[in-house]
Ligand binder design. Structure first.
Ligand SMILES: Nc1ncnc2c1ncn2[C@@H]1O[C@H](COP(=O)(O)OP(=O)(O)O)[C@@H](O)[C@H]1O
Ligand SMILES: [Mg+2]
Length: 273
Protein backbone atom coordinates (compact mmCIF):
# COMPACT_ATOMS: atom_id res chain seq x y z
CA UNK A 1 0.00 0.00 0.00
CA UNK A 2 1.37 3.37 -0.94
CA UNK A 3 0.82 6.35 1.38
CA UNK A 4 -1.79 9.06 0.82
CA UNK A 5 -4.59 8.98 -1.74
CA UNK A 6 -4.84 5.93 -4.02
CA UNK A 7 -3.66 6.50 -7.59
CA UNK A 8 -4.47 4.58 -10.78
CA UNK A 9 -1.14 2.79 -10.36
CA UNK A 10 -2.50 1.13 -7.24
CA UNK A 11 -5.00 -1.09 -9.09
CA UNK A 12 -7.76 -2.21 -6.74
CA UNK A 13 -7.51 -0.66 -3.30
CA UNK A 14 -9.59 -1.48 -0.24
CA UNK A 15 -8.80 1.00 2.50
CA UNK A 16 -10.12 0.14 5.98
CA UNK A 17 -13.37 -1.09 4.51
CA UNK A 18 -16.25 -1.93 6.83
CA UNK A 19 -19.63 -3.33 5.84
CA UNK A 20 -22.64 -4.33 7.95
CA UNK A 21 -26.06 -5.66 7.05
CA UNK A 22 -29.26 -5.28 9.04
CA UNK A 23 -30.00 -8.23 11.30
CA UNK A 24 -33.21 -9.12 13.16
CA UNK A 25 -32.09 -6.74 15.92
CA UNK A 26 -32.27 -3.13 14.71
CA UNK A 27 -29.60 -1.96 17.14
CA UNK A 28 -27.26 -4.79 16.34
CA UNK A 29 -26.42 -5.03 12.63
CA UNK A 30 -24.32 -7.95 11.44
CA UNK A 31 -20.78 -6.75 10.88
CA UNK A 32 -19.70 -8.65 7.77
CA UNK A 33 -16.40 -6.95 6.96
CA UNK A 34 -14.19 -5.11 9.42
CA UNK A 35 -11.29 -2.81 8.55
CA UNK A 36 -10.28 -4.58 5.35
CA UNK A 37 -7.19 -3.05 3.80
CA UNK A 38 -5.87 -4.69 0.69
CA UNK A 39 -4.15 -3.56 -2.49
CA UNK A 40 -4.25 -5.60 -5.67
CA UNK A 41 -1.61 -4.16 -7.96
CA UNK A 42 -2.40 -3.83 -11.69
CA UNK A 43 -2.04 -7.13 -13.51
CA UNK A 44 -1.85 -9.19 -10.34
CA UNK A 45 -3.88 -12.29 -9.66
CA UNK A 46 -5.07 -12.42 -6.07
CA UNK A 47 -7.04 -15.27 -4.54
CA UNK A 48 -9.34 -14.59 -1.60
CA UNK A 49 -9.70 -17.64 0.57
CA UNK A 50 -11.86 -18.15 3.63
CA UNK A 51 -14.60 -20.20 5.22
CA UNK A 52 -18.18 -19.93 4.09
CA UNK A 53 -19.89 -16.76 5.32
CA UNK A 54 -16.70 -14.76 5.98
CA UNK A 55 -17.66 -12.02 3.50
CA UNK A 56 -15.91 -13.03 0.27
CA UNK A 57 -18.88 -12.32 -1.98
CA UNK A 58 -19.54 -9.08 -0.12
CA UNK A 59 -15.95 -8.02 -0.79
CA UNK A 60 -16.37 -8.60 -4.55
CA UNK A 61 -19.66 -6.72 -4.62
CA UNK A 62 -17.91 -3.74 -3.05
CA UNK A 63 -15.18 -3.94 -5.70
CA UNK A 64 -17.81 -3.91 -8.45
CA UNK A 65 -19.76 -1.01 -6.95
CA UNK A 66 -22.86 -3.19 -6.51
CA UNK A 67 -22.63 -2.23 -2.83
CA UNK A 68 -20.89 0.65 -1.08
CA UNK A 69 -18.86 0.28 2.10
CA UNK A 70 -20.19 1.80 5.35
CA UNK A 71 -16.72 2.92 6.35
CA UNK A 72 -13.45 3.25 4.48
CA UNK A 73 -13.21 3.28 0.70
CA UNK A 74 -12.77 1.13 -2.38
CA UNK A 75 -10.99 2.48 -5.46
CA UNK A 76 -10.51 0.85 -8.85
CA UNK A 77 -7.57 2.44 -10.65
CA UNK A 78 -8.14 5.60 -8.62
CA UNK A 79 -11.92 5.78 -9.12
CA UNK A 80 -15.06 4.79 -7.27
CA UNK A 81 -16.12 1.39 -8.58
CA UNK A 82 -19.11 1.30 -10.90
CA UNK A 83 -20.56 -1.74 -12.65
CA UNK A 84 -19.73 -1.56 -16.36
CA UNK A 85 -17.44 -2.86 -19.08
CA UNK A 86 -14.28 -2.02 -17.10
CA UNK A 87 -15.13 -4.63 -14.48
CA UNK A 88 -16.00 -8.23 -15.34
CA UNK A 89 -17.91 -10.22 -12.73
CA UNK A 90 -18.31 -13.98 -12.81
CA UNK A 91 -21.05 -14.75 -10.31
CA UNK A 92 -21.16 -17.83 -8.13
CA UNK A 93 -24.58 -18.73 -9.54
CA UNK A 94 -23.81 -17.98 -13.24
CA UNK A 95 -26.74 -15.53 -13.63
CA UNK A 96 -27.30 -16.13 -17.33
CA UNK A 97 -30.33 -14.65 -19.04
CA UNK A 98 -32.62 -17.67 -19.56
CA UNK A 99 -34.46 -16.34 -22.62
CA UNK A 100 -31.25 -15.39 -24.46
CA UNK A 101 -28.93 -17.70 -26.42
CA UNK A 102 -25.28 -18.23 -25.52
CA UNK A 103 -24.27 -15.64 -28.13
CA UNK A 104 -26.87 -13.14 -26.92
CA UNK A 105 -25.81 -13.60 -23.30
CA UNK A 106 -22.25 -12.73 -24.27
CA UNK A 107 -23.30 -9.83 -26.50
CA UNK A 108 -25.34 -8.31 -23.68
CA UNK A 109 -22.33 -6.78 -21.88
CA UNK A 110 -21.01 -5.27 -25.12
CA UNK A 111 -24.05 -3.09 -25.80
CA UNK A 112 -22.50 0.12 -24.44
CA UNK A 113 -19.14 -0.16 -26.18
CA UNK A 114 -20.24 1.48 -29.45
CA UNK A 115 -19.09 -1.45 -31.60
CA UNK A 116 -20.34 -1.91 -35.17
CA UNK A 117 -22.53 -4.96 -35.80
CA UNK A 118 -19.56 -6.69 -37.44
CA UNK A 119 -17.19 -5.92 -34.54
CA UNK A 120 -19.79 -7.08 -32.05
CA UNK A 121 -20.38 -10.37 -33.90
CA UNK A 122 -16.63 -10.96 -34.18
CA UNK A 123 -16.07 -10.23 -30.51
CA UNK A 124 -18.88 -12.59 -29.49
CA UNK A 125 -17.67 -15.37 -31.81
CA UNK A 126 -14.10 -14.99 -30.56
CA UNK A 127 -15.15 -15.41 -26.93
CA UNK A 128 -17.48 -18.30 -27.63
CA UNK A 129 -14.56 -20.02 -29.34
CA UNK A 130 -12.22 -19.10 -26.48
CA UNK A 131 -14.33 -21.15 -24.04
CA UNK A 132 -15.01 -23.94 -26.55
CA UNK A 133 -18.74 -23.37 -27.02
CA UNK A 134 -18.96 -22.65 -30.75
CA UNK A 135 -21.12 -25.74 -31.28
CA UNK A 136 -23.80 -24.44 -28.89
CA UNK A 137 -23.65 -20.71 -29.73
CA UNK A 138 -27.37 -20.58 -30.44
CA UNK A 139 -28.50 -22.81 -27.58
CA UNK A 140 -30.32 -21.47 -24.53
CA UNK A 141 -28.90 -21.84 -21.01
CA UNK A 142 -31.46 -24.47 -19.99
CA UNK A 143 -30.01 -26.82 -22.61
CA UNK A 144 -26.45 -26.58 -21.23
CA UNK A 145 -24.61 -28.50 -18.52
CA UNK A 146 -23.40 -26.67 -15.41
CA UNK A 147 -19.84 -26.58 -16.77
CA UNK A 148 -21.01 -25.08 -20.04
CA UNK A 149 -23.10 -22.43 -18.28
CA UNK A 150 -20.09 -21.46 -16.26
CA UNK A 151 -18.06 -21.11 -19.45
CA UNK A 152 -20.73 -18.80 -20.88
CA UNK A 153 -20.52 -16.72 -17.71
CA UNK A 154 -16.73 -16.54 -18.09
CA UNK A 155 -16.95 -15.56 -21.77
CA UNK A 156 -19.53 -12.90 -20.95
CA UNK A 157 -17.27 -11.39 -18.28
CA UNK A 158 -14.21 -11.46 -20.57
CA UNK A 159 -15.84 -10.15 -23.75
CA UNK A 160 -15.71 -6.41 -22.88
CA UNK A 161 -11.98 -6.92 -22.11
CA UNK A 162 -12.29 -5.53 -18.57
CA UNK A 163 -9.34 -4.12 -16.67
CA UNK A 164 -10.53 -5.89 -13.55
CA UNK A 165 -11.96 -9.38 -13.35
CA UNK A 166 -13.87 -10.38 -10.22
CA UNK A 167 -14.58 -14.08 -9.93
CA UNK A 168 -16.76 -15.61 -7.22
CA UNK A 169 -15.97 -19.31 -6.80
CA UNK A 170 -16.42 -19.67 -10.55
CA UNK A 171 -15.35 -23.30 -10.79
CA UNK A 172 -16.81 -24.61 -7.53
CA UNK A 173 -19.73 -26.41 -9.10
CA UNK A 174 -18.11 -27.99 -12.15
CA UNK A 175 -16.49 -31.40 -12.37
CA UNK A 176 -12.80 -31.83 -11.56
CA UNK A 177 -11.60 -32.42 -15.14
CA UNK A 178 -13.45 -29.43 -16.58
CA UNK A 179 -12.25 -27.33 -13.66
CA UNK A 180 -8.62 -28.16 -14.37
CA UNK A 181 -9.01 -27.20 -18.04
CA UNK A 182 -10.81 -23.98 -17.12
CA UNK A 183 -8.09 -23.04 -14.63
CA UNK A 184 -5.44 -23.45 -17.34
CA UNK A 185 -7.54 -21.49 -19.85
CA UNK A 186 -8.03 -18.72 -17.33
CA UNK A 187 -4.30 -18.52 -16.61
CA UNK A 188 -3.54 -18.30 -20.33
CA UNK A 189 -6.13 -15.57 -20.88
CA UNK A 190 -4.88 -13.66 -17.86
CA UNK A 191 -1.23 -13.89 -18.99
CA UNK A 192 -2.23 -12.54 -22.39
CA UNK A 193 -4.55 -9.71 -21.26
CA UNK A 194 -2.78 -8.67 -18.08
CA UNK A 195 -6.05 -7.98 -16.31
CA UNK A 196 -6.19 -7.53 -12.55
CA UNK A 197 -7.98 -10.49 -11.01
CA UNK A 198 -9.64 -11.06 -7.65
CA UNK A 199 -10.61 -14.71 -7.49
CA UNK A 200 -12.68 -15.99 -4.58
CA UNK A 201 -12.35 -19.65 -3.74
CA UNK A 202 -12.53 -21.98 -0.79
CA UNK A 203 -10.07 -24.36 -2.43
CA UNK A 204 -6.50 -24.12 -1.17
CA UNK A 205 -5.23 -25.96 -4.27
CA UNK A 206 -7.00 -23.54 -6.59
CA UNK A 207 -5.58 -20.52 -4.76
CA UNK A 208 -2.04 -21.89 -5.00
CA UNK A 209 -2.31 -22.96 -8.62
CA UNK A 210 -3.71 -19.63 -9.83
CA UNK A 211 -2.69 -16.71 -7.69
CA UNK A 212 0.30 -14.46 -7.09
CA UNK A 213 -1.01 -13.83 -3.62
CA UNK A 214 -3.52 -15.57 -1.37
CA UNK A 215 -5.50 -13.44 1.04
CA UNK A 216 -6.98 -15.35 3.93
CA UNK A 217 -10.16 -13.97 5.51
CA UNK A 218 -11.44 -14.87 8.97
CA UNK A 219 -15.19 -14.90 9.66
CA UNK A 220 -17.45 -12.82 11.90
CA UNK A 221 -16.47 -10.19 11.20
CA UNK A 222 -14.59 -10.82 7.97
CA UNK A 223 -11.05 -9.54 8.27
CA UNK A 224 -7.70 -10.19 6.65
CA UNK A 225 -5.62 -12.58 8.72
CA UNK A 226 -2.86 -13.27 6.23
CA UNK A 227 -1.56 -12.22 2.83
CA UNK A 228 0.66 -14.98 1.49
CA UNK A 229 2.91 -14.66 -1.56
CA UNK A 230 2.52 -17.76 -3.73
CA UNK A 231 6.14 -17.89 -4.84
CA UNK A 232 5.90 -20.66 -7.43
CA UNK A 233 7.20 -19.93 -10.90
CA UNK A 234 4.87 -19.62 -13.88
CA UNK A 235 3.55 -21.08 -16.01
CA UNK A 236 2.37 -23.57 -13.43
CA UNK A 237 0.64 -26.07 -15.68
CA UNK A 238 3.63 -27.11 -17.80
CA UNK A 239 5.27 -29.19 -15.10
CA UNK A 240 3.94 -31.10 -12.17
CA UNK A 241 3.50 -28.11 -9.87
CA UNK A 242 1.55 -30.06 -7.27
CA UNK A 243 4.51 -32.31 -6.44
CA UNK A 244 6.97 -29.46 -5.75
CA UNK A 245 8.12 -29.28 -2.10
CA UNK A 246 7.23 -25.56 -2.02
CA UNK A 247 3.73 -26.31 -3.31
CA UNK A 248 3.22 -28.81 -0.50
CA UNK A 249 4.56 -26.34 2.08
CA UNK A 250 2.14 -23.64 0.91
CA UNK A 251 -0.71 -26.13 0.81
CA UNK A 252 -0.03 -27.47 4.30
CA UNK A 253 0.22 -23.98 5.69
CA UNK A 254 -2.98 -22.66 4.09
CA UNK A 255 -4.91 -25.84 4.87
CA UNK A 256 -3.92 -25.63 8.54
CA UNK A 257 -4.94 -21.95 8.65
CA UNK A 258 -8.30 -22.71 7.04
CA UNK A 259 -8.94 -25.55 9.49
CA UNK A 260 -8.15 -23.25 12.40
CA UNK A 261 -10.53 -20.57 11.09
CA UNK A 262 -13.42 -23.00 10.55
CA UNK A 263 -12.98 -24.58 13.99
CA UNK A 264 -12.71 -21.25 15.78
CA UNK A 265 -15.93 -19.92 14.21
CA UNK A 266 -18.58 -20.03 16.96
CA UNK A 267 -21.35 -20.31 14.39
CA UNK A 268 -19.75 -23.28 12.63
CA UNK A 269 -21.64 -26.51 13.21
CA UNK A 270 -18.61 -28.75 13.05
CA UNK A 271 -18.53 -31.49 15.68
CA UNK A 272 -22.07 -30.70 16.75
CA UNK A 273 -21.27 -27.21 18.02
N1 LIG B 1 -27.68 -8.31 1.45
C1 LIG B 1 -27.47 -8.90 2.64
N2 LIG B 1 -28.30 -8.70 3.69
C2 LIG B 1 -28.06 -9.28 4.89
N3 LIG B 1 -27.01 -10.09 5.15
C3 LIG B 1 -26.15 -10.33 4.15
C4 LIG B 1 -26.33 -9.75 2.83
N4 LIG B 1 -25.30 -10.16 2.04
C5 LIG B 1 -24.53 -10.97 2.82
N5 LIG B 1 -25.04 -11.05 4.08
C6 LIG B 1 -24.44 -11.82 5.19
O1 LIG B 1 -23.08 -11.53 5.23
C7 LIG B 1 -22.30 -12.67 5.58
C8 LIG B 1 -21.22 -12.88 4.55
O2 LIG B 1 -21.83 -13.22 3.34
P1 LIG B 1 -20.98 -13.49 2.01
O3 LIG B 1 -20.23 -12.28 1.64
O4 LIG B 1 -21.94 -14.03 1.02
O5 LIG B 1 -19.96 -14.63 2.50
P2 LIG B 1 -19.11 -15.69 1.66
O6 LIG B 1 -19.17 -15.30 0.23
O7 LIG B 1 -17.73 -15.61 2.25
O8 LIG B 1 -19.71 -17.05 1.91
C9 LIG B 1 -23.28 -13.82 5.70
O9 LIG B 1 -23.54 -14.00 7.07
C10 LIG B 1 -24.49 -13.34 4.96
O10 LIG B 1 -25.66 -13.89 5.52
MG1 LIG C 1 -19.91 -16.32 -1.46
Amino acid sequence: MTGGQPTPQDGVVFDRVGKSFPSGDKNNPTVVLHEISLTVAPGRFVAVLGPSGCGKTTLLRLADGLNRPDTGSVRIFGRLPQPGPDIGFVFQSFRLIPWASVAQNIAFGLADLGLSKRELDDRVAHHINLVGLTRVANAFPAALSGGMRQRVALARALAPDPRVLLMDEPFASIDAQTRELMQIELLKIWAQRQSTVIFVTHSVDEAILLADQSVLLAPRPGRVVEVLDVDLKRPRWVFDTQTLPRYLELKNHLSAQMRKLVLSDPSSDFFGR
